[in-house]
Design a protein around this ligand. Sequence first.
Ligand code: GLY
Length: 346
Amino acid sequence: MSDVRTVRVELGDRSYPVVVGRGARHELPSLIPNGSRRVAIVTQESIPAVLIPAFAGRDVHRFVIGDGEDHKSLSTIEELMRGFSRAGLTRTDCVVGVGGGLVTDVAGFAAASYHRGIPVAHVATTLLAMVDAAIGGKTGVNIPEGKNLVGAFWQPCAVACDTDALDTLPESESRCGRGEMAKYHFIVREDLSTQSLEERIAACVRIKAEVVAGDERESGRRALLNYGHTLAHAIEVNSGWTIAHGEAVAIGLVFAAHLAHVLGRIDDRRVADHYAVVKDTYGLSTALPKDLDDDALIESMKRDKKALSSLTFVLDSRDGLEVIEGIDEAKIRDALKAHRGYGVSS
Ligand code: GLY
């Protein structure tokens, strides 16, 4: 197992390792608390059983949750917690989420709430979960009023990003992860594309770990991890969730570049850099779907979680990314127009 890399998320006595590489899941049993006699695996039918580590000598219970955002709900949490209770889980036992971001968010929130908090560890099986969702302790579920509106910050005790899982990952899931990966190029202003996929995943984890270590509760720099997400959330909602999160982030990243350009924060070349990373390096579509109306997108962006009292974006500048509040709606319209017209010859 020599090619498994370890990145630590440094949070004092809640610090934890993230192991990245082929077979990384096999490291997890030695990384959960020694005192955990019972292990509650939370997974989905679609996740290959081979990706679930063997917890020899422990009493293992498997809980299967449904696929799709509808199952990321409080009723799933209640079912899990009732199951944990029937299995006799105590505060010293451990929940292990094995799956993509939906599983790690739900398993994390169930662990955060059961007995007022029990340990949780994750095996991330999608690229998106590896580079984002499984790291950093954001957990939660949807309610009819919105996505991820109920949750808790609850750090895992260990995460395995097992790249064996990527061998069978559907292309649509891979695109989602690539959208989130592209974001990291702009956070650190480095070209990560020369690295192997595993090195790049570890690099993204390292960047996220460093950001989370400095701002666990998102009172500052952690907001930069939402680069490209303001328009992305609006695209997801207005497309009726037919455009997946990471694909929407890809479009949101180039839109954020156009907006920064309209506001005089970056030059043409930097806008072109965004297209090069998103389109050429990660093979993602950057086009704003024609059927999404600008008025509807702007209305959704006004309701974004970051928009405390005004339209708020993470935007690039010569000195890096910053959170910018109070953006004039007319500038957003100019940027949407520039985005829609980019590369279209007259
Ligand atoms: N997905 C953004 C964050 O964890 O802060």
